[in-house]
Design a protein around this ligand. Sequence first.
Ligand code: TYD
Ligand code: MG
Length: 453
Amino acid sequence: MAKTKTAYFCRNCGIESSKWVGRCPSCGEWNTYTEEVISGKTGKPAKTGKKGSPPVLVAEITAEEQPRINTHSTELNRVLGGGIVPGSVILIGGEPGIGKSTLALQIAMQMPHTSSLYISGEESSRQIKLRADRLGHGKGKCYILCETNLESVFNQLDQLKPGLAIIDSIQTMQSDLLDSPAGSVPQIKECAAGLLRFAKESGTPVAMIGHITKEGGLAGPKVLEHIVDVVLQFEGDHNHMYRVLRASKNRFGSTSDLGLYEMRDNGLAEVSNPSEILITRHEEEMSGIAISAMVDGARPFLIEIQALVSTAAYGTPQRSSTGFDLRRLSMLLAVLEKRAGFRLSAKDVFLNVAGGLKVTDPAADLAVIGAILSSDTDIPVRQDICLAGEVGLSGEIRPVSRLDQRIAEAAKMGFKKIIISSSGRTAGKKGHGIEILRAGKVEQVFRNLFSPK
Ligand code: TYD
Ligand code: MG
């Protein structure tokens, strides 16, 4: 019997070592080495003996732009930069249960002009059929294959020649070339490399679904992210129905666009006008609510920020925040206390971003402050006003990016006034039919927020 050979691999960066090490010398992460079985067969490339092609001058390469494959999903097309590029490899990551398989199957079933092969290593064909019934079969020709062996997958792909191959998930695939179990670093590397070779040689795009780790990064070695063309992240809060699809890497488009979906009983529905659903128009005015004109990636939308400020029942006041960075909230509270004289240190402050979305745009600062002050004073913020501005440590309001887009979105949604920074006067010149109020310090904001109509 052949002697089993083992080696150690870093789960983070995929580097190989002959002995175990506590700290990876390559990426510096601690305790990431695991022992994997490698057989003598490793390292043998699947196809050898090719002479290779000679180098070509870049000017001489004729690159007729190949038409992109339309996914028939406006949101996905937008994130991909206009559709799927033939021969590209896409990695879709996200937490378990967020809807990766649903998204992939839905896309596969709705493309009328492209056949697809959905390869599942996680679910049986019956389970997939149940899901497909729930989603409602589209016009597309979608084949299902329940298989985990990479070589069998290639056999089927060669015979069927689909227009798109979907692998659910890369962690369940196993190649005969290696003895190590599915999901181990060498297997993930080998399977991903094999699929990449297949995509480039055949021109068939491959979409791989990848698991993520406890920390939120894509599971498996970092090399996985390096070799694929596009990395998509599917995010959202399990308790909410909204899902955000964004590209963290895209060789054929920008990474600043994002797609919004809503998880419904019958699958994922596209959200083409996010502002409409992320803000609620209340019959009567309520305190503790402010609207922020924010931009995520390149997409402007309005979002509702809610705050509740109440007297702390215990000695240490509580600060809690959903969808907004807690440290940033503490900073804003300190600014309000120190620069504007609001005594919030003995109060509990709870902050919530509507729809379960996460806000990282600094322009939301002003709306956060507005919501907190409104709740603290119990005076509602005027319903026709929205805010866009970053707050600095000295209480100054700083200008934010893409101001014209924010103003246009606010005007489109019927807002009458928008509060922005008084510096950076060049931006926000265009009228858009909305009154632009400028403020230089946080103190100046209150007058406009609460003034009678
Ligand atoms: P799934 O695609 O299986 O997640 P992942 O592949 O990322 O692990 O999504 C499963 C969740 O989506 C599940 O909790 C149920 C929900 N869901 C709906 O709400 N509506 C639907 O039509 C479908 C198919 C799933
Ligand atoms: Mg799944």
